[in-house]
Design a binder for this molecule. Structure first.
Ligand code: ATP
Ligand code: MG
Length: 261
């Protein structure tokens, strides 16, 4: 069973490093600059989660919080058709799989707060097998509230999302965009991965814009943090924080069949 286990991403090296994949019951954050593949990664994971278990899926529903309207059903079906033609060539099956992914588009933090109660009820019914928030920073960026009051509101959201992951024991995947400090060289970001003892227990110096948006409580609430980045024309996914993996990086590609090695 997947309880307390890990959900394979299909990126073999990454899955091996993470003892099987994305952990259940905790928050996993995907961060990186615009266009690097965070949403593509979420689409692939959502599709995988919807699949029958004999295809490596979780045979369940997915709740996808699509804050910036970047979810694309057309792209989802393309990935499905390329990766699992046996399923997605059958129109009814394709519709059934796509229909398992419930896309919510809150236009404000208040609207998101309201939907969280609804999400909790869905999770209690045990049919939802994954929660995706793409992206968390975008959700709070439009808020005008400042200072202590804002931190308080945000603090409540962070605790709530964390508790959703814990009680339902599903993977919760959250994206956040980080800006590149040097716009001529997108591979140099304003954050660093520092490893203590050269292995486990990595910490990250956050992009100041992300700290401004979400605060340090967010950084601590996340159990696994994966950084997507580009270097010399190649894409990499890096384990930046994990209770089990050293800070390893794995190359990946985005093709018509989605995120792959
Ligand atoms: P943002 O922070 O702006 O949301 P992101 O990290 O979510 O960015 P994605 O939207 O996941 O970025 O990735 C977009 C990239 O995915 C495109 O630039 C393109 O390189 C790649 N991509 C998207 N669709 C395809 C496709 N059908 N075939 C190949 N590559 C694709
Ligand atoms: Mg995106």
């Amino acid at each position: 069973e997947h309880l307390g286990g890990h959900f394979p991403t299909g990126l073999k090296g990454l899955d091996a490093a993470l003892c099987g994949g994305i952990p259940f019951g905790v928050l996993t954050e995907l961060i990186g600059p615009a266009g690097i593949g965070k949403t593509q990664f979420c689409l692939k994971l959502s599709l995988l989660a919807s699949l029958p278990t004999n295809y490596g899926g979780l045979d369940g529903r997915v709740i996808y919080i699509d804050v910036e309207s970047k979810f694309s059903s057309r792209r989802l079906l393309e990935i499905g058709l390329r990766s699992f033609p046996e399923i997605f060539q059958m129109k009814e099956m394709a519709q059934e799989m796509a229909g398992r992914i419930l896309v919510l588009r809150p236009t404000s933090l208040a609207e998101f707060t309201q939907s969280l109660e609804q999400i909790k009820v869905s999770l209690l019914q045990k049919q939802v097998k994954m929660l995706v928030i793409d992206s968390m920073a975008a959700l709070v960026s439009g808020e005008h509230e400042q200072g202590a009051r804002r931190q308080q509101t945000l603090s409540w959201h962070i605790s709530f999302i964390k508790s959703l992951a814990e009680f339902s024991r599903i993977p919760v995947v959250v994206t956040n965009q980080v800006r590149s400090r040097n716009h001529e060289d997108a591979s140099r970001y304003s954050f660093q991965v520092q490893s203590r003892d050269g292995a486990i227990g990595t910490t990250m110096q956050y992009d100041s814009h992300l700290v401004a948006a979400l605060g340090i409580q967010w950084a601590h609430a996340v159990t696994t943090r994966l950084v997507l980045e580009a270097k010399s024309g190649e894409r990499f996914i890096k384990v930046a924080k994990s209770p089990i993996s050293p800070p390893l990086a794995f190359p990946f590609h985005i093709t018509s069949s989605g995120i792959s090695l």
